[in-house]
Design a protein around this ligand. Structure first.
Ligand SMILES: [Zn+2]
Length: 327
Protein backbone atom coordinates (compact mmCIF):
# COMPACT_ATOMS: atom_id res chain seq x y z
CA UNK A 1 0.00 0.00 0.00
CA UNK A 2 1.39 3.44 -0.90
CA UNK A 3 1.80 5.85 1.99
CA UNK A 4 -1.02 8.35 2.23
CA UNK A 5 0.55 11.77 2.70
CA UNK A 6 -2.80 13.52 3.11
CA UNK A 7 -4.38 12.41 6.40
CA UNK A 8 -6.08 15.76 6.38
CA UNK A 9 -7.11 17.47 3.14
CA UNK A 10 -4.92 20.58 2.72
CA UNK A 11 -7.81 22.29 0.97
CA UNK A 12 -10.92 21.63 3.09
CA UNK A 13 -9.32 20.07 6.19
CA UNK A 14 -11.53 16.96 5.82
CA UNK A 15 -10.13 13.99 7.78
CA UNK A 16 -9.51 10.80 5.79
CA UNK A 17 -11.30 12.18 2.76
CA UNK A 18 -8.25 12.08 0.43
CA UNK A 19 -7.87 8.86 -1.63
CA UNK A 20 -5.19 7.62 -4.06
CA UNK A 21 -6.49 7.42 -7.62
CA UNK A 22 -4.70 5.33 -10.30
CA UNK A 23 -5.89 5.84 -13.85
CA UNK A 24 -4.58 6.58 -17.31
CA UNK A 25 -4.63 9.73 -19.33
CA UNK A 26 -3.78 10.79 -22.83
CA UNK A 27 -0.71 12.95 -23.25
CA UNK A 28 0.29 14.48 -26.55
CA UNK A 29 3.92 14.70 -27.67
CA UNK A 30 4.63 16.31 -31.06
CA UNK A 31 1.00 15.76 -32.12
CA UNK A 32 1.13 12.04 -31.22
CA UNK A 33 -1.12 10.72 -28.44
CA UNK A 34 0.08 8.34 -25.74
CA UNK A 35 -2.08 6.62 -23.14
CA UNK A 36 -0.02 6.72 -19.95
CA UNK A 37 -0.66 5.69 -16.34
CA UNK A 38 -1.13 8.48 -13.85
CA UNK A 39 -1.51 8.48 -10.05
CA UNK A 40 -2.89 11.32 -7.96
CA UNK A 41 -4.71 12.02 -4.70
CA UNK A 42 -8.24 13.34 -4.76
CA UNK A 43 -10.46 14.62 -1.96
CA UNK A 44 -13.91 13.11 -2.03
CA UNK A 45 -15.26 16.00 -0.01
CA UNK A 46 -14.10 19.11 -1.87
CA UNK A 47 -13.00 17.55 -5.19
CA UNK A 48 -9.47 19.03 -5.09
CA UNK A 49 -6.63 16.82 -6.42
CA UNK A 50 -2.95 16.71 -5.44
CA UNK A 51 0.30 15.08 -6.57
CA UNK A 52 3.46 14.47 -4.61
CA UNK A 53 6.90 15.15 -6.06
CA UNK A 54 7.86 11.48 -6.35
CA UNK A 55 4.86 10.61 -8.52
CA UNK A 56 6.08 10.03 -12.03
CA UNK A 57 5.00 12.80 -14.32
CA UNK A 58 2.79 11.37 -17.07
CA UNK A 59 4.42 13.73 -19.57
CA UNK A 60 7.85 12.26 -18.74
CA UNK A 61 6.40 8.80 -19.40
CA UNK A 62 4.80 9.98 -22.68
CA UNK A 63 8.16 11.36 -23.83
CA UNK A 64 9.80 8.01 -23.05
CA UNK A 65 7.21 6.27 -25.23
CA UNK A 66 7.74 8.83 -27.98
CA UNK A 67 11.54 8.28 -27.91
CA UNK A 68 11.07 4.51 -28.04
CA UNK A 69 8.62 4.74 -30.95
CA UNK A 70 11.08 6.86 -32.95
CA UNK A 71 14.32 5.18 -31.87
CA UNK A 72 15.63 8.35 -30.24
CA UNK A 73 18.45 8.72 -27.71
CA UNK A 74 17.28 8.35 -24.10
CA UNK A 75 18.42 10.78 -21.39
CA UNK A 76 20.39 8.11 -19.50
CA UNK A 77 22.16 7.09 -22.73
CA UNK A 78 23.22 10.68 -23.28
CA UNK A 79 24.53 10.91 -19.72
CA UNK A 80 26.44 7.62 -19.99
CA UNK A 81 28.01 8.65 -23.29
CA UNK A 82 29.02 12.09 -21.98
CA UNK A 83 30.61 10.53 -18.90
CA UNK A 84 32.50 7.98 -21.01
CA UNK A 85 34.10 10.95 -22.77
CA UNK A 86 34.91 12.65 -19.46
CA UNK A 87 33.04 15.83 -20.46
CA UNK A 88 30.89 18.26 -18.48
CA UNK A 89 27.42 19.08 -19.80
CA UNK A 90 28.63 22.49 -21.02
CA UNK A 91 31.67 20.93 -22.75
CA UNK A 92 29.58 18.37 -24.60
CA UNK A 93 27.19 21.17 -25.62
CA UNK A 94 30.21 23.02 -27.07
CA UNK A 95 31.30 19.89 -28.99
CA UNK A 96 27.83 19.50 -30.49
CA UNK A 97 27.49 23.23 -31.19
CA UNK A 98 24.47 23.60 -28.92
CA UNK A 99 23.47 26.24 -26.39
CA UNK A 100 25.34 25.87 -23.13
CA UNK A 101 22.35 24.45 -21.14
CA UNK A 102 20.94 22.16 -23.84
CA UNK A 103 22.69 18.95 -22.77
CA UNK A 104 21.60 19.56 -19.18
CA UNK A 105 17.96 19.95 -20.30
CA UNK A 106 18.05 16.77 -22.39
CA UNK A 107 19.63 14.77 -19.61
CA UNK A 108 16.81 15.95 -17.36
CA UNK A 109 14.14 14.65 -19.71
CA UNK A 110 13.32 17.47 -22.12
CA UNK A 111 12.52 16.03 -25.54
CA UNK A 112 15.27 16.70 -28.07
CA UNK A 113 14.55 18.09 -31.54
CA UNK A 114 14.87 15.68 -34.48
CA UNK A 115 17.93 17.55 -35.75
CA UNK A 116 19.65 17.36 -32.36
CA UNK A 117 18.76 13.69 -32.02
CA UNK A 118 20.32 12.96 -35.40
CA UNK A 119 23.56 14.79 -34.65
CA UNK A 120 23.80 13.05 -31.27
CA UNK A 121 23.34 9.62 -32.77
CA UNK A 122 25.90 10.23 -35.50
CA UNK A 123 28.47 11.45 -32.99
CA UNK A 124 27.77 8.46 -30.72
CA UNK A 125 28.12 5.97 -33.55
CA UNK A 126 31.11 7.26 -35.48
CA UNK A 127 34.43 8.13 -33.91
CA UNK A 128 35.37 10.01 -37.10
CA UNK A 129 32.30 12.26 -36.86
CA UNK A 130 33.05 12.98 -33.22
CA UNK A 131 36.69 13.79 -34.00
CA UNK A 132 35.56 16.29 -36.65
CA UNK A 133 33.13 17.91 -34.18
CA UNK A 134 35.80 18.19 -31.50
CA UNK A 135 38.31 19.59 -33.97
CA UNK A 136 35.97 22.38 -35.03
CA UNK A 137 34.22 23.02 -31.70
CA UNK A 138 34.33 26.65 -30.58
CA UNK A 139 34.24 27.39 -26.89
CA UNK A 140 35.93 24.15 -25.92
CA UNK A 141 38.91 24.75 -23.60
CA UNK A 142 42.20 23.93 -25.36
CA UNK A 143 43.21 21.41 -22.68
CA UNK A 144 39.92 19.53 -23.03
CA UNK A 145 40.26 19.48 -26.80
CA UNK A 146 43.80 18.10 -26.66
CA UNK A 147 42.91 15.37 -24.18
CA UNK A 148 39.77 14.37 -26.06
CA UNK A 149 41.48 14.30 -29.48
CA UNK A 150 44.22 12.01 -28.18
CA UNK A 151 41.66 9.69 -26.59
CA UNK A 152 39.40 9.59 -29.65
CA UNK A 153 42.25 9.00 -32.08
CA UNK A 154 43.41 6.10 -29.94
CA UNK A 155 39.89 4.64 -29.96
CA UNK A 156 39.49 5.18 -33.70
CA UNK A 157 42.87 3.53 -34.33
CA UNK A 158 41.89 0.54 -32.25
CA UNK A 159 38.49 0.27 -33.99
CA UNK A 160 40.17 0.43 -37.42
CA UNK A 161 42.71 -2.24 -36.45
CA UNK A 162 40.02 -4.50 -35.06
CA UNK A 163 38.12 -4.17 -38.33
CA UNK A 164 41.29 -4.92 -40.31
CA UNK A 165 41.98 -7.99 -38.16
CA UNK A 166 38.45 -9.42 -38.20
CA UNK A 167 38.12 -8.90 -41.95
CA UNK A 168 41.45 -10.54 -42.82
CA UNK A 169 41.77 -13.28 -40.18
CA UNK A 170 40.39 -16.67 -41.25
CA UNK A 171 38.35 -18.65 -38.75
CA UNK A 172 38.36 -22.36 -37.95
CA UNK A 173 35.68 -24.19 -40.00
CA UNK A 174 32.21 -23.56 -38.55
CA UNK A 175 33.59 -21.29 -35.81
CA UNK A 176 33.79 -17.56 -35.25
CA UNK A 177 36.87 -15.82 -33.91
CA UNK A 178 36.54 -15.13 -30.19
CA UNK A 179 38.66 -12.00 -29.87
CA UNK A 180 38.21 -11.49 -26.13
CA UNK A 181 39.27 -15.08 -25.43
CA UNK A 182 42.16 -14.74 -27.86
CA UNK A 183 43.35 -11.69 -25.94
CA UNK A 184 43.35 -13.68 -22.69
CA UNK A 185 45.12 -16.60 -24.41
CA UNK A 186 47.94 -14.29 -25.49
CA UNK A 187 48.18 -12.82 -21.97
CA UNK A 188 48.25 -16.26 -20.35
CA UNK A 189 50.72 -17.86 -22.77
CA UNK A 190 52.96 -14.77 -22.67
CA UNK A 191 52.99 -14.45 -18.88
CA UNK A 192 56.37 -13.83 -17.31
CA UNK A 193 59.17 -11.98 -19.02
CA UNK A 194 57.63 -12.03 -22.44
CA UNK A 195 57.78 -14.52 -25.27
CA UNK A 196 59.15 -14.40 -28.81
CA UNK A 197 56.41 -14.02 -31.42
CA UNK A 198 57.62 -17.18 -33.18
CA UNK A 199 57.21 -19.18 -29.96
CA UNK A 200 53.90 -17.56 -29.02
CA UNK A 201 52.48 -18.45 -32.43
CA UNK A 202 53.33 -22.10 -31.84
CA UNK A 203 51.91 -22.06 -28.30
CA UNK A 204 48.67 -20.69 -29.75
CA UNK A 205 48.71 -23.38 -32.42
CA UNK A 206 49.19 -26.18 -29.89
CA UNK A 207 46.49 -24.72 -27.60
CA UNK A 208 43.89 -24.51 -30.35
CA UNK A 209 44.76 -27.83 -32.03
CA UNK A 210 45.05 -29.77 -28.78
CA UNK A 211 41.67 -28.40 -27.67
CA UNK A 212 40.24 -29.35 -31.06
CA UNK A 213 41.64 -32.87 -30.66
CA UNK A 214 39.91 -33.24 -27.29
CA UNK A 215 36.64 -31.38 -27.85
CA UNK A 216 36.11 -31.02 -31.60
CA UNK A 217 36.50 -27.25 -31.59
CA UNK A 218 39.31 -24.78 -31.13
CA UNK A 219 39.74 -22.33 -28.24
CA UNK A 220 40.08 -19.06 -30.10
CA UNK A 221 38.20 -19.84 -33.30
CA UNK A 222 41.26 -18.91 -35.38
CA UNK A 223 42.62 -20.75 -38.40
CA UNK A 224 46.40 -21.41 -38.76
CA UNK A 225 48.70 -21.17 -41.78
CA UNK A 226 51.91 -22.92 -42.65
CA UNK A 227 54.76 -20.40 -42.80
CA UNK A 228 58.51 -21.21 -43.05
CA UNK A 229 59.07 -21.18 -39.26
CA UNK A 230 56.00 -23.26 -38.45
CA UNK A 231 52.25 -22.84 -37.99
CA UNK A 232 51.08 -19.29 -37.32
CA UNK A 233 47.65 -17.87 -36.46
CA UNK A 234 45.89 -16.27 -39.40
CA UNK A 235 46.61 -12.48 -39.51
CA UNK A 236 48.81 -12.72 -36.38
CA UNK A 237 50.68 -9.47 -37.09
CA UNK A 238 47.42 -7.51 -37.08
CA UNK A 239 46.36 -9.37 -33.95
CA UNK A 240 49.47 -8.35 -31.97
CA UNK A 241 49.25 -4.75 -33.27
CA UNK A 242 45.61 -4.61 -32.17
CA UNK A 243 46.44 -5.91 -28.69
CA UNK A 244 49.28 -3.39 -28.49
CA UNK A 245 46.95 -0.57 -29.54
CA UNK A 246 44.52 -1.68 -26.83
CA UNK A 247 47.30 -1.33 -24.27
CA UNK A 248 47.24 -5.04 -23.39
CA UNK A 249 50.70 -6.03 -24.63
CA UNK A 250 53.81 -4.39 -26.00
CA UNK A 251 56.00 -5.66 -28.81
CA UNK A 252 59.72 -5.21 -28.25
CA UNK A 253 62.72 -5.95 -30.47
CA UNK A 254 65.19 -7.95 -28.35
CA UNK A 255 68.36 -9.98 -28.55
CA UNK A 256 68.72 -12.88 -26.12
CA UNK A 257 72.05 -14.67 -26.63
CA UNK A 258 72.11 -15.57 -30.29
CA UNK A 259 68.33 -15.19 -30.66
CA UNK A 260 66.90 -11.91 -31.84
CA UNK A 261 63.43 -10.95 -32.82
CA UNK A 262 60.16 -9.51 -31.63
CA UNK A 263 58.94 -10.35 -28.16
CA UNK A 264 55.39 -9.96 -26.91
CA UNK A 265 55.22 -8.69 -23.35
CA UNK A 266 51.91 -8.73 -21.49
CA UNK A 267 51.10 -5.44 -19.72
CA UNK A 268 48.48 -6.99 -17.46
CA UNK A 269 47.59 -10.32 -15.90
CA UNK A 270 45.38 -12.74 -17.81
CA UNK A 271 41.79 -13.02 -16.62
CA UNK A 272 41.67 -16.75 -15.86
CA UNK A 273 37.88 -16.65 -15.39
CA UNK A 274 37.55 -16.58 -19.17
CA UNK A 275 38.62 -20.25 -19.22
CA UNK A 276 36.91 -23.24 -17.68
CA UNK A 277 38.89 -25.73 -15.58
CA UNK A 278 39.70 -28.10 -18.44
CA UNK A 279 40.84 -25.28 -20.70
CA UNK A 280 43.03 -23.85 -17.99
CA UNK A 281 44.58 -27.26 -17.27
CA UNK A 282 45.32 -27.72 -20.98
CA UNK A 283 46.92 -24.28 -21.30
CA UNK A 284 49.09 -24.74 -18.23
CA UNK A 285 50.18 -28.17 -19.51
CA UNK A 286 51.20 -26.65 -22.84
CA UNK A 287 53.07 -23.82 -21.13
CA UNK A 288 54.90 -26.33 -18.95
CA UNK A 289 55.74 -28.66 -21.82
CA UNK A 290 57.35 -25.90 -23.86
CA UNK A 291 58.67 -23.79 -20.96
CA UNK A 292 62.32 -24.75 -21.50
CA UNK A 293 62.19 -24.63 -25.28
CA UNK A 294 63.41 -21.59 -27.17
CA UNK A 295 61.78 -20.31 -30.33
CA UNK A 296 64.02 -22.49 -32.52
CA UNK A 297 63.38 -25.73 -30.64
CA UNK A 298 59.63 -25.31 -30.56
CA UNK A 299 59.78 -24.40 -34.24
CA UNK A 300 61.63 -27.67 -34.94
CA UNK A 301 59.10 -29.59 -32.83
CA UNK A 302 56.23 -28.13 -34.84
CA UNK A 303 57.99 -29.23 -38.05
CA UNK A 304 57.58 -32.86 -36.98
CA UNK A 305 53.77 -32.52 -36.83
CA UNK A 306 51.62 -33.99 -39.61
CA UNK A 307 49.77 -30.66 -39.51
CA UNK A 308 52.98 -29.09 -40.79
CA UNK A 309 54.30 -31.85 -43.05
CA UNK A 310 51.02 -32.37 -44.91
CA UNK A 311 50.25 -28.70 -45.54
CA UNK A 312 51.60 -26.82 -48.57
CA UNK A 313 53.52 -23.58 -47.86
CA UNK A 314 51.26 -20.59 -47.01
CA UNK A 315 48.12 -22.77 -47.01
CA UNK A 316 45.63 -23.07 -44.14
CA UNK A 317 46.25 -26.07 -41.90
CA UNK A 318 43.35 -28.52 -41.75
CA UNK A 319 42.11 -28.92 -38.17
CA UNK A 320 41.67 -32.66 -38.84
CA UNK A 321 45.46 -32.97 -38.43
CA UNK A 322 44.84 -32.32 -34.71
CA UNK A 323 44.13 -36.06 -34.35
CA UNK A 324 47.82 -36.82 -35.13
CA UNK A 325 49.48 -34.32 -32.77
CA UNK A 326 52.72 -35.65 -31.28
CA UNK A 327 51.58 -35.42 -27.63
ZN1 LIG B 1 -10.93 18.40 0.57
Amino acid sequence: MPVKPFEICPNCAGEGTVQLVSTTETRTVNKEDFEVPVDYFACQRCGESFQTLDMEDSLVRARELYRTRHGMVRPEQLTAWRKSLGLSQAELAAVLGWGVATVSRYENGKLQSDAHDKSMRMAMRSADTLIELVRSARGLPAQVRTRLMAELEKRAGSAALEKAFTSSARSAPGETIRLEKLEQLVLLLGEGEGVFVTKLNKLLFYSDFKHYQQHGRSLSGLAYERLPYGPVPSAFRLLFCLLEQRGVIEQVEVQVGSAEGTQVRPLRAADRNVFDEEELALLLAIKKRFAEMGANEISEASHREQAWIQTPMAALIDYRHAAALSF
